[in-house]
Each structure stands twice: as structure tokens, then as C-alpha cells.
Design a binder for this molecule. Structure first.
Ligand SMILES: *[C@@H]1O[C@H](CO)[C@@H](O)[C@H](O)[C@H]1NC(C)=O
Ligand SMILES: *[C@@H]1O[C@H](CO)[C@@H](O)[C@H](O)[C@H]1NC(C)=O
Ligand SMILES: *[C@@H]1O[C@H](CO)[C@@H](O)[C@H](O)[C@H]1NC(C)=O
Ligand SMILES: *[C@@H]1O[C@H](CO)[C@@H](O)[C@H](O)[C@H]1NC(C)=O
Ligand SMILES: *[C@@H]1O[C@H](CO)[C@@H](O)[C@H](O)[C@H]1NC(C)=O
Length: 650
């Protein structure tokens, strides 16, 4: 009994072994057959690496390369590498859903699997590429990871998991990654900063956690030194509500912190004071109402699109301030003036400032934006005494009714677009604005006065004594432009006059003679929408229509006659009718009427006759064709018909 059973078991075991051997052999032969030499399918080249530090053997496989039987990449064969270069490989957009274990190679230093659909991977996928430094899984479907993803790659420095579906990490997930410097977790589904899991990354400098669902800013863990090396942290586009004193570790290295696009309402007074190395702080697009202390090291401060009503106190080293689109109604107080000695860029657009009394000199400022405030005139404090290094000044969208720069101001570019209350630019408006010389050239400035929908005139003395190198007065309500407004030959960078309702009369002839030929050659894009609005006869016509016409076409009597190049044949009728009616005598009126009626009758009659005759001929021809085709059909063979139909198709 027992013997039989044992025998049976033996048989079964033997059978199983046999099956195993057979299938094992199968696997071996299959492997031999299916090994894929990547360079047969993908692009392989020797090029400098991304940081241009050394040459690499670059393998680029993308959706364009038709690779079959490549489900998991485990069957690939690394290329011969006679020069023993480091290998950088990219497998992009191949539709991979699982990643296999990569074959052994000590030269592989960078691997990218971007834009696939990877959800899972075999155990220890990278154990045989131990010198990996860069790894990217950007744009895949990972929902979680396990520590064995990083087995045997202790030198990894760059890790990119952006655009996946990761929700959280376990404390041991990154336990072997002590050398990672840059870690990108942008656009995942994290709800918390994974402080515990990041603990082993002692060398981490760049951490991107933007566009997740993080609601709590807590980087600090009691007793341990977490994230102490991080210099650049982005938390842009999360759900953070508050920044408190305990948000940051006591001894942090943060230099750049991006908290823009959250819903922060509360910032504790001393919340940022632990960030003693902070240089750049972005708090744009939040809901911050009350000011708070800024660390003394700060240089760049962005707090646009919040609800601040007061100015914060800035540290001495500040160079860049963007406090646009808040609720400020006054300029910073005189007490703070000395803090701005190093300021280079100041953006206070979109506030509620009615005046600008700059109490002191901002000697390093080169860009000032005060657009979309409530300024009704040009503030006198905007002058070169206060701003000796100003290059760019923006005054767009203020309710300015009249332009006059009372004091000397030197700039390179001046923007005054969308001044909806501006009707007219008076004489001497810009006489005190002087340009800045570039190298040896004469000083001149670029001026933008566009989209001022009520602006209908610019007085010819507006630029007396100054020099403009670019003038944009497009999309205004201008009908005329004086020839003596500017020395047009010196407006070297173009004049944009488009989208104005120009009155094309003799007073614009100078434009055809002087400006048009020059613009035609070098700035023809500025002629596309340069059109006449009046007189009616030429409404909508481009001025470039008259390019190269001889004589003073806009002044001549013949201006309204149809030229040989046509285009407005309506004009002679209206013109002559006008003359005719202006000295009416009843006799000529009646006579004219009779002639017109007689003419009309004659025309109608002749049209009718011609039409009738044509209709008759058409009918005859049709009948004839019908008869002929009936005969043809009877006579011709099928082959011929085919030929004809083929010809017809052609
Ligand atoms: C990570 O991948 C994203 C998406 O491809 C890319 O924009 C980003 O630059 C990468 N970041 C790093 C640090 O390599
Ligand atoms: C801060 O870090 C430095 C070294 O980077 C260390 O010497 C110092 O003790 C730390 N201070 C605190 C309060 O942890
Ligand atoms: C910002 O605050 C205002 C009023 O305090 C509120 O109406 C608004 O919804 C808030 N915005 C956000 C994005 O929370
Ligand atoms: C532009 O000027 C015309 C008259 O030339 C005037 O009727 C029109 O209202 C003006 N448009 C605006 C927006 O002021
Ligand atoms: C305009 O006239 C000049 C010389 O009179 C000629 O060389 C040029 O070809 C003309 N251009 C056009 C577009 O007719």
C-alpha cells in the first residue's frame, strides 16, 4: 500500500521535474532568441551628458522606435561600449506598464522612464546597475513604492517621481538613499510632507513638492535633524493655510522657498525668522492680510495677489520686491526709506495708490511698475534725481487724464498703455523724458501708448526736445498725425500706428512719402493693420495700398477716381453725384432723370433678350448632347466606357 503511494509520489515528482526541465529549457532558448539589442532599435550616440561634464553613450528610445517584445525591458542587451563611457538611457513614451529587472552594467549612470504607464516593477530592478546616479519616473502611474526599488544604488543623486499618483510614503522607503541631492515629487497626490520618509536623505538640497494636496506646512520633527540641508523647497500649488513659527526646523538651510498658490491666510509674526539663510521667498497668490517679519538675509520677496494693506518692513539687502495686486493705498513710510538702498526692481502695480511721494533716492532701481493704480497725473517724484538708474517705467492703466513729466526723467522704456481717461497728449508732454544712450548712440527711449481708446490727438509739440527710438501708438482713436511730431528718420526701431481710425487725406501724404517706404522694407508687419477709416470711399483700405504710387495720391484731384490698380470704384459715383447735386437746376434734374430712366429700360431690355437667346441655345445644345450620348452608348463597348469614365475622373 505504502509502496504504491510512494511510487505514485515518485512519479508525480519525476513528472514535475521533467516539466520543469522542459520549460526551463524553453525559457533559456526564448531568452536567447528574444534578447533585444537596444541600439538596433533606438538612437545611440556619444554626446556630452546633461550637465556637459563628460561624454556619455546616450541611448534614446521613444515612441517613434518600433520595439517589439519589450514589455518589461528585462530582455534588453546593453550595447558594446568600446570606449567604456558612462551610459545614459531614456525609454520614453513606450507604453511600459511594468518595469523588469535591468541587465547588469556598471557603466549605467542615468535612466529615464518618462511618460510611460508604469504601475509596478519587479523586485530589485536596479541591483545590477549599481552606479546609477539619475533616475526618473516622471509621468507614470505609480501609486506607491517599496524600499527594494532602490536596492544597491546608494550613489543615486537625482530622483524624479513627478506626475505620478503617489499618495504617501513609508518611513523606510528611502532608507538607503543617503546621497540624493535633488528630489522631484511635483504633481502627485501627497497630503502631507513626507518628513519621516525623507529622513535618510541627509544630502537633499532641492525638494519639489509643488502641486500636491499638502495642507500642513510642518517640516520640523522634534529631536531629529530633518531636511536640514534643503536649500530650495517648492510647495507651490498646495492647500496650505498657515505658516507658523514651528513650520521650519531651527537650523535649516533654506535659501529659496516657494509657497505661492496656496490658501495661506495666517502668517505668524516670526514664522520665517528661523530661516536665517533665506534669500528668496515667494508668497504670491495667497490670502495674506497682515504683515510679518522678514528674515535679514532676504533679497527677493514676492507677495503678489494677496490682500496686504500695509507694507512689511524690509531687510537692508532687499533687491527685488513684487507686492503687486494687494490693497495698499499708500507708498511705504518715510521711516522705511533707508531699507531700499539696494532695491533694483519694485512692482506695486494693481494697488490703490493715488500718489507717489518717494521720500528718498532709490539709486539702484532699474525697473518700476506702478500700473493699474489710481494715479491721475504723472507723479513729480518720478524723476532722475530719485531714480538715477531707472530703465523701465510702467504707468499702464491709471486714470491719467493729462501727461506731463514735470521733471527730468531718463529711461529706456516707458509704458503708458490702457489710459482710458486720456483724450489728448499735449505739447511738451514728454519734453522732460530723455532716453538712455546705448554705447555711442544718441540717447532715445521707447514709448508705448497703446489701447487708450479715447486718445484722439497728439499735439505736434508733444516730443519737443526729446528723441524716441520706438513709438507704439496702436489701438488708440487717432485720425491724424503731424509730420513734425518727431524726427521720423531717427525712430529706428519702428512706429506702430495700427488699429487707429486714420483719416486718409492730404495731411497724411507725408506718411506715404517718408515713413511707408522705410517701413515697407524693414517693418512690414507694422503695415498689416494700418488702415484708413475715413473717407468712406476708402474705409478699411490699407495705406500700403498706395506704396510706390507716383505723385501725391492722397492730395490729388484724382485721388477719388478709380486708379488702374482699382479697389475703390465706388468713389467716382459718390463724388460726381455730390458735384451734381450741389448746383441743382430743375431742368438738368429732369433731363438727367429722363436719361437715366431711358438707359435703365434699354439695359433691362437688352439683358432680357440676351438671356432668352442664351437659354434657347443652351437648351438646343443639351438636346443634341443627349441624343449623341444615346448613340454613343449603343455603339461603344464596355471597355471604352471605362476609359472615358477614367478620363472624366482625371
Ligand atoms: C522631472 O521631470 C519633469 C517632467 O518631465 C521635468 O519637468 C523636471 O525638470 C524633472 N526634474 C528634474 C529635477 O530632473
Ligand atoms: C546648527 O547646525 C550647526 C552645523 O551646521 C551646528 O553646529 C549647530 O549646533 C546647530 N544648531 C542647532 C541649534 O541645532
Ligand atoms: C480669501 O479671503 C477672502 C476674504 O477673507 C475670501 O472671500 C476668499 O474666498 C479667500 N480666498 C481663498 C482662495 O481662500
Ligand atoms: C473716437 O473718436 C470718435 C470721433 O472721432 C468718437 O465718436 C468716439 O466716441 C471716440 N471713441 C472713444 C472710445 O472715445
Ligand atoms: C517700388 O519702386 C522701386 C523703384 O521705383 C522699385 O525698385 C520697386 O520694385 C517697387 N516696388 C514695388 C513693390 O512695386
Amino acid at each position: 500500500m505504502c509502496g504504491i503511494i510512494i511510487d505514485k509520489i515518485k512519479n508525480v515528482v519525476f513528472f514535475l521535474l521533467f516539466v520543469n526541465i522542459i520549460s526551463g529549457q524553453d525559457v533559456v532558448t526564448e531568452q536567447a532568441r528574444k534578447n533585444i539589442r537596444v541600439c538596433d532599435y533606438c538612437t545611440c550616440s556619444e554626446i556630452p551628458n546633461e550637465d556637459a561634464t563628460h561624454l556619455v553613450l546616450n541611448i534614446q528610445c521613444s515612441e517613434l522606435d518600433r520595439i517589439e517584445n519589450l514589455p518589461d525591458l528585462d530582455k534588453i542587451e546593453w550595447p558594446d561600449n568600446p570606449n567604456a563611457l558612462k551610459i545614459s538611457a531614456t525609454f520614453e513614451g513606450l507604453g511600459l506598464s511594468t518595469l523588469g529587472k535591468l541587465p547588469a552594467n556598471g557603466q549605467v549612470e542615468s535612466l529615464k522612464f518618462n511618460n510611460n504607464a508604469i504601475k509596478a516593477y519587479w523586485p530589485d530592478p536596479f541591483t545590477d546597475v549599481p552606479n546609477l546616479r539619475k533616475l526618473s519616473f516622471a509621468q507614470n502611474d505609480l501609486t506607491e513604492i517599496t524600499p527594494d526599488l532602490f536596492t544597491n544604488i546608494p550613489n543615486l543623486q537625482d530622483l524624479n517621481f513627478s506626475y505620478n499618483k503617489l499618495t504617501s510614503f513609508n518611513p523606510l522607503d528611502f532608507k538607503s538613499l543617503h546621497n540624493v541631492k535633488r528630489f522631484n515629487l511635483q504633481s502627485n497626490l501627497l497630503k502631507k510632507i513626507p518628513v519621516d520618509a525623507l529622513q535618510p536623505m541627509k544630502a537633499l538640497e532641492d525638494l519639489d513638492l509643488s502641486k500636491n494636496g499638502i495642507y500642513d506646512l510642518l517640516l520640523q520633527k522634534s529631536d531629529v535633524d530633518t531636511l536640514s540641508a534643503v536649500k530650495r523647497l517648492s510647495l507651490n500649488g498646495n492647500r496650505i493655510r498657515s505658516v507658523i513659527k514651528d513650520s521650519f526646523p531651527v537650523n535649516n538651510s533654506l535659501e529659496l522657498l516657494d509657497l505661492s498658490n496656496n490658501i495661506i491666510e495666517v502668517v505668524e509674526e516670526d514664522a520665517f525668522l528661523t530661516c536665517t539663510n533665506l534669500k528668496e521667498l515667494n508668497l504670491g497668490q495667497n490670502n495674506i492680510t497682515f504683515v510679518f517679519s522678514l528674515p535679514p538675509s532676504l533679497q527677493i520677496f514676492i507677495v503678489k495677489q494677496n490682500t496686504l494693506r500695509r507694507w512689511p518692513k524690509f531687510p537692508k539687502g532687499i533687491t527685488y520686491v513684487d507686492i503687486s495686486y494687494n490693497k495698499l493705498s499708500e507708498l511705504y513710510s518715510k521711516l522705511y526709506s533707508s531699507d531700499f538702498e539696494n532695491l533694483e526692481v519694485l512692482n506695486i502695480a494693481g494697488n490703490q495708490l493715488t500718489e507717489l511721494h518717494f521720500a528718498s533716492k532709490l539709486s539702484n532701481l532699474y525697473s518700476l511698475d506702478v500700473s493699474y493704480n489710481l494715479l491721475e497725473e504723472i507723479p513729480t517724484s518720478l524723476n532722475s534725481q530719485n531714480f538715477p538708474n531707472l530703465e523701465e517705467l510702467r504707468l499702464d492703466g491709471n486714470p491719467i487724464t493729462s501727461i506731463y513729466f514735470k521733471e527730468i526723467l531718463a529711461v529706456k522704456s516707458l509704458y503708458m498703455n490702457e489710459l482710458s481717461k486720456l483724450l489728448s497728449v499735449e505739447d511738451k508732454a514728454f519734453s522732460n523724458v530723455i532716453g538712455k544712450a546705448v554705447e555711442d548712440s544718441e540717447p532715445c527711449f521707447s514709448l508705448f501708448i497703446s489701447n487708450c481708446h479715447s486718445l484722439y490727438e497728439i499735439h505736434e509739440g508733444a516730443f519737443d526736445g526729446t528723441s524716441v527710438c520706438m513709438l507704439d501708438i496702436s489701438s488708440n482713436n487717432l485720425t491724424r498725425l503731424s509730420r513734425s511730431l518727431l524726427d521720423w528718420a531717427r525712430v529706428s526701431e519702428g512706429v506702430n500706428l495700427q488699429w487707429n481710425p486714420w483719416d486718409c487725406g492730404c495731411h497724411l501724404q507725408w506718411f506715404l512719402d517718408e515713413l511707408l517706404p522705410r517701413m515697407y522694407k524693414t517693418q512690414s508687419r507694422l503695415l498689416a493693420q494700418l488702415r484708413c477709416e475715413t473717407p468712406r470711399a476708402v474705409q478699411g483700405l490699407r495705406l500700403v495700398h498706395w506704396y510706390n504710387w507716383t505723385g501725391e495720391v492722397l492730395c490729388s484731384e484724382q485721388f477719388m477716381n478709380p486708379g488702374e490698380r482699382g479697389g475703390y470704384s465706388l468713389s467716382p459715383m459718390t463724388e460726381r453725384e455730390g458735384n451734381f447735386l450741389s448746383n441743382p437746376s430743375s431742368l438738368t434734374l429732369i433731363l438727367g432723370g429722363c436719361i437715366i430712366v431711358a438707359l435703365l429700360v434699354a439695359i433691362a431690355l437688352s439683358i432680357y433678350l440676351v438671356r432668352g437667346r442664351r437659354r434657347y441655345r443652351v437648351r438646343q445644345a443639351a438636346l443634341k448632347r443627349k441624343r449623341q450620348s444615346a448613340i454613343d452608348a449603343r455603339n461603344s463597348s464596355g471597355q471604352q466606357k471605362e476609359q472615358y469614365s477614367a478620363l472624366n475622373k482625371v
